[in-house]
Write a protein of this length. Structure first.
Length: 309
């Protein structure tokens, strides 16, 4: 009887490991067998700015936002991540990457070496992008200066430092669905929806997350605790922006100025440096979509302690 119990437990353990190994395996997209992509560098620059690539990947403490040597520290409840070098450097950056390497990294969160990227890299939003736009971005990045230097490793405690576990996270929170235009909406609204929900990845910061770090879908865009640990990210549904007009939102994305005349601060200043480079049409499209978001109550904001430490 004891022997049977031990064997059953052993087989159960083996089965559990097998399921884990299967669910956690990196999944990459097949190489596109169609005609070679002809890159549109102007569109690649638009995608670069919409995606805010410079916010995380530009070398800190220097003025050139196109020096993409990485190094920005991204704090989270799971540890501190350091944005990698995505310059055209062939040794430390993406200079030797293929188009397939880049598509799999951006849209599937898988490195050229077949490892999971941690979801501090917002591929949960980038998965909704168009492949052609991703390839245009890749072509544009290759025109930017090569920056030598390896970024330090992430500072993550066990078990969050085990990349294989990210496969389970992806199974739970990565749906793999492309963006689908809404035929009942205007082309401008659909353009805005695409930019906000794919490269703009606005929901990544402006949504509360569960204990596993996944966005709480019922409270998407409703704000919540700053994932970097300090402050509160505002609600950007009509719950908070009800009095803002479409023009107010577009002007904010262009200048960082609020309707009351105040200016944005904190991490959003880096976002505005990128969105300010977008065309007025794209800003109007994003504003049109954001204005259409229904009011959603986010998590309760903690009350400030009076006079306390």
């Amino acid at each position: 009887m004891l022997q049977r119990t031990i064997l059953a437990a052993l087989f159960a353990a083996i089965a559990a490991v097998g399921v884990y190994w299967w669910l956690s395996a990196p999944v990459v997209a097949a190489v596109n067998a169609g005609p070679a992509h002809v890159p549109d560098l102007a569109n690649g620059e638009v995608i670069f700015n919409a995606g805010g690539c410079a916010s995380c990947h530009a070398v800190p403490d220097q003025p050139d936002r196109l020096r993409l040597g990485g190094g920005v520290a991204i704090k989270s409840p799971f540890g501190t991540f350091y944005a990698p070098n995505i310059s055209s450097d062939p040794t430390y950056g993406i200079g030797k990457w293929s188009e397939a390497d880049f598509v799999n990294a951006v849209m599937h969160g898988v490195s050229p070496g077949g490892q999971h990227y941690f979801p501090a890299f917002p591929y949960t939003s980038y998965q909704h992008a168009k492949r052609a736009d991703v390839l245009d971005l890749f072509a544009y990045l290759k025109t930017l200066p090569a920056v030598a230097g390896k970024v330090r490793d992430h500072d993550l405690p066990f078990p969050f430092n085990i990349r294989r576990n990210v496969g389970i996270w992806k199974f739970l929170f990565l749906d793999g669905k492309p963006f689908v235009a809404d035929g009942g909406k205007s082309p401008q609204w659909n353009r805005g929806a695409y930019l906000v929900n794919s490269f703009g990845h606005c929901a990544e910061c402006h949504s509360p997350r569960n204990v596993l770090g996944g966005i709480i879908s019922s409270e998407c865009f409703a704000g919540g605790p700053n994932p970097e640990g300090e402050g509160w990210v505002p609600n950007i549904t009509q719950k908070r922006l009800g009095e803002w007009s479409v023009k107010d939102i577009a002007y904010f994305l262009k200048t960082g100025e609020l309707p009351d005349g105040d200016s944005v601060g904190g991490a959003m200043t880096r976002v505005i440096k990128n969105t300010s480079q977008l065309s007025d049409d794209d800003l109007a499209a994003m504003a049109d979509y954001l204005k259409s978001l229904p009011p959603v109550d986010g998590p309760p904001r903690p009350k400030r302690k009076e006079g306390g430490a």
